[in-house]
Design a binder for this molecule. Structure first.
Ligand code: SF4
Length: 447
């Protein structure tokens, strides 16, 4: 259950909330929770005390669908009154087949339907003074010092392994001023790090023809580059996620070199072999990707690149896999995730011939990750002896866990700081790096 729990007036109906899935889904949960709070509902942390439970599901891959179906089952057993929303909500028949007793099922980012389903069970209570306690930036499920900033919904691409466009629909960008106002409110409420998320961050604004507007006396287009420029004025860390490898990504690298954005790029490349990329319906053959990465690092030597790859895609030969391994060795990416291909119901890739046996795909994943672990360790060694600015996530027993520009929360490594009793969560600190392993750094406070 979401760990959001606070007392409200006794008449407030109590809503439990289960939030599953990626950061985009987390932002949906935050919006629904904010609306519930605005309308005076109490958010509770346990099934038994809740009058009704909302489950925000994930439907990306088979394992995530199963986890969502299990969570719905648990909420039904423990509480009995369950409203389902999120990506899996698009598969209503599947949910009804497993759980016929759910009260209502709505799709992703369909906040109004969720609220209608809650209203159908319990009308909102009369307005009360507790509403004033809601921060301007709304209810957050992340720690106070960082927040996800969702700039668009949906995706216009048709990657053959992915059903996100079917679940979340085509790209719908939020106008730039709306995003910037939300960012300002988050910073006012104490957020020190903004994590920009979307299904496809680099496509931001395409659907609304990059419509412009004024903010702080200057004109900005609804476009990734302008957004980065504007966010760079807020004086907090700004980190870009889910950047599709378009050529115009190069425009934001100078902003990273100037210190306006964190020198960090989360850019899923998925593969390096041209034939596999074509079968995936993805752009950028590996030569171009390598050239771009070299150019980016020339402009911004500290750039940390995170990427994800799929091995064992239908038809992937041993030679094509070797080409991928050669690519990651040459590209020297910093942070890498790798999935063994697993078919997703209704994905177009299911129709491709020559499926790679599961055990071979798993073995390729193991070899890939082993290779990458060495690369990652080598990349991290460059930090030894250096001073870095870090953002402290937690402190316990005199030691702190923090992150540098090279570490996104939840998915990357951390900086473990010794002798850190004076540090506080949410604080920036300067540290000196004393060691490194495959994924993490060790440090002490800088003198
Ligand atoms: S860019 Fe491709 S992988 Fe990403 S959400 Fe869109 S279709 Fe899916």
């Amino acid at each position: 259950m979401a760990s959001v729990s606070e007392p409200l007036a006794p008449i407030a109906p109590k809503v439990g909330f289960v939030s599953l899935g990626c950061p985009k889904a987390l932002v949906d949960s935050e919006r629904i929770l904010t609306q519930l709070r605005v309308e005076g509902y109490a958010i509770v942390g346990g099934y038994r005390e809740a009058d009704v439970v909302v489950v925000n599901t994930c439907g990306f891959i088979e394992a995530a669908q199963q986890e969502s179906l299990d969570a719905i089952g648990e909420a039904l057993t423990e509480n009995g009154k369950v409203i389902v929303t999120g990506c899996l909500g698009k598969r209503e028949a599947l949910i009804r087949e497993r759980h016929p007793d759910v009260l209502a099922i709505t799709g992703p980012h369909d906040y109004e339907s969720v609220m209608r389903a809650v209203h159908a069970q319990f009308a909102p209570p009369p307005r009360n003074p507790y509403m004033d306690l809601i921060p301007a930036s709304g209810v957050k499920l992340t720690p106070r010092h960082y927040a996800y900033l969702k700039i668009s919904e949906g995706c216009n691409h048709k990657c053959s392994f992915c059903i996100i466009p079917k679940l979340r629909g085509p790209l719908v960008s939020r106008p730039i001023v709306e995003v910037l106002r939300e960012a300002e409110a988050l910073v006012r409420d104490g957020v020190k790090e903004l994590l920009v998320v979307a299904q496809d961050t680099s496509a931001y604004g395409v659907d609304i023809h990059y419509a412009g507007n004024h903010w702080r006396g200057r004109e900005y287009r609804t476009h990734m580059t302008d957004l980065c420029r504007a966010l760079g004025e807020l004086g907090v860390w700004v980190r870009l996620h889910y950047v599709y490898p378009y050529p115009h990504v190069s425009e934001v690298i100078p902003l990273m070199a100037e210190g306006k954005l964190l020198p960090y790029l989360d850019i899923p490349l998925q593969h390096a072999n041209a034939r596999i990329l074509k079968a995936m319906r993805r752009p950028a053959a590996s030569e171009k990707a390598l050239q771009r990465i070299r150019e980016w690092r020339r402009i911004c030597p500290d750039l940390t690149i995170r990427s994800t790859f799929i091995v064992g895609f239908p038809g992937e030969t041993e030679q094509e896999f070797e080409e991928l391994l050669a690519f990651i060795k040459q590209a020297e990416l910093d942070r890498v995730g790798c999935f063994a291909y697993s078919p997703v119901d209704t994905a177009d890739a299911n129709a491709l011939p020559d499926w790679v046996p599961v055990e071979i795909a798993e073995e390729r994943r193991r070899v890939f990750m082993e290779t990458q672990a060495e690369i990652s360790a080598r990349r991290l060694r460059r930090f030894r002896g250096r001073e870095l600015q870090v953002l402290v996530d937690s402190v316990a027993d005199g030691a702190a866990v923090a992150r540098s520009f090279a570490d996104a929360p939840e998915i990357d490594g951390v900086v473990c700081i010794a002798d850190a009793a004076k540090l506080k969560p949410g604080q920036f600190a300067r540290v000196r790096v004393t060691g490194s392993d495959h994924y993490d750094l060790a440090a002490i406070p800088a003198a």
